[in-house]
Design a protein around this ligand. Structure first.
Ligand code: FES
Ligand SMILES: [Fe+2]
Length: 402
């Protein structure tokens, strides 16, 4: 099966900047590989296990991170055309995202203003939205345009019976929502300098290939923490990731709330002594960690092209459960007429590694933390620099929250 991805849609300026950024990252990674060293934080950091187990903390954290911050609901091409829609319920409030005729994305609570039924239960491309309970009908802007038996509702202004909007913003190919109706989204403030790096990826042109959901009996942070270091590659992933990348070497860039890190892939050494002009173009770009819960793995299918492996990790109903939305995209610059099955296979491989290796440790560790003696603290080493950075951001945002 051939894809319809057209590389002519890629932007040559962004392509050039992306290459410059990714080559600089690779150059630094190669230096670390040669010297067998890694970027380090100033000192080890202690973590109170209560942040993984305490229900009161989890509730405060849900509000501080998942209701107040912009959270990525999907990528632009998940709903590419007017009338396309997406349900996004993992934050708690049921959110419905719809691409309007104008091309803008609207987001609403998926709660019917009549008696609260779900307005959309299954997604398809539509010009209007009809609630299945009593057939109230809304346009793609959320306006009530059809109301059978409308005489029964005389005295209520129709304008007050539209779908309830939630803040939404689409930037750099990412669709952000804020789960608090009436809340604010300031994407520029949220992303800061990280926006430049995200723009390079041309995520707005990335084609969705496969998605899945992974449930894990561990706090969402215990799941997320497995992404941000390579210290465990050789020990936990001896036959999978450990074969592809070196252990305990990381290059790290801090972007305020966000970060980018790179782990050395073994094949870098195959061409490390060749001029950079001969390096593979669509190879490795590192891990983009978008606070609080998203990781974009910019990586290669050797000899085929680049893929974007996106993980978004959400709290479950209790502190010891989480849900991961895993999705794989084919960047527009990964060529045409290639078998998308390779991207789907990569998705399945990543899902297997996460489920059987990373999250199996998260699950066991989470169960252990319930029994940690008073005063016990876990420790992040100087080599776990990205995790330290992430946890300092968490502590800062949670300070004073009650
Ligand atoms: S609850 Fe939706 S039309 Fe009645
Ligand atoms: Fe891992």
């Amino acid at each position: 099966m051939a894809t319809l991805v057209d590389p002519s849609r890629t932007d040559p300026r962004l392509e050039e900047e992306r290459r410059r950024s990714h080559y600089a990252l690779r150059r630094r990674t190669l230096e670390r590989m040669r010297s067998k060293s890694t970027d380090l934080d100033a000192e080890p950091m202690r973590i109170d296990p209560a942040i993984y187990t305490d229900p009161a903390y989890a509730e405060r954290e849900r509000r501080a991170l998942f209701h107040d911050l912009p959270i990525v609901a999907g990528l632009s091409r998940d709903i590419p055309a007017p009338g396309d829609m997406m349900l996004f319920d993992v934050l708690g409030p049921p959110i419905l995202l719809v691409r309007a005729k104008s091309g803008e994305v609207n987001a609403f609570l998926n709660i019917c203003p009549h008696r609260g039924a779900k307005v959309v239960t299954e997604c398809s491309r539509r010009t209007r939205l009809t609630c299945r309970f009593h057939a109230w009908t809304f346009d793609l802007e959320g306006k009530l345009i059809g109301q059978p038996g409308s005489e029964g509702f005389q005295g209520i202004d129709r304008a007050d019976l539209g779908l309830m909007p939630v803040p939404v913003a689409e930037r750099y190919g990412l669709i952000f929502v804020c789960a608090t109706p009436g809340g604010q989204i300031d994407i520029d403030a949220h992303l800061g300098d990280f926006a430049t790096e995200l723009a390079h990826l041309e995520l707005d042109k990335a084609e969705p290939i496969r998605r899945s959901e992974i449930s894990c009996d561990a706090n969402w942070k215990y799941a997320l923490d497995t992404y941000g270091e390579s210290y465990h590659f050789a020990s936990l992933h001896p036959t999978t990731i450990g074969q592809l990348a070196y252990s305990n070497i990381m290059v790290y860039d801090n972007y305020g709330l966000h970060a980018r890190l790179a782990f050395p892939r073994a094949e870098f050494m195959d061409y490390s002594d060749r001029p950079e002009a001969e390096w593979p173009h669509t190879d490795y770009g590192g891990l983009y960690m978008l606070f609080p819960n998203m990781v974009i793995n910019v990586n290669s299918i050797p000899g085929v092209g680049q893929f974007y492996g996106v993980s978004r990790i959400f709290p479950g109903d209790t502190p010891d459960t989480s849900r991961t939305l895993l999705s794989t995209y084919q960047p527009a610059h990964s060529g045409t007429e290639v078998d998308v099955g390779k991207w789907a296979d990569m998705h399945d491989f990543i899902q297997k590694v996460i489920t059987e290796e990373d999250y199996s440790v998260s699950r066991d560790g989470q169960a252990n933390l319930r029994w940690a003696p008073p005063g016990f603290r876990t420790v992040l080493g100087r080599n776990e620099i990205a995790l330290q950075h992430w946890h300092r951001n968490l502590n800062r945002l949670m300070a004073g929250r009650n």
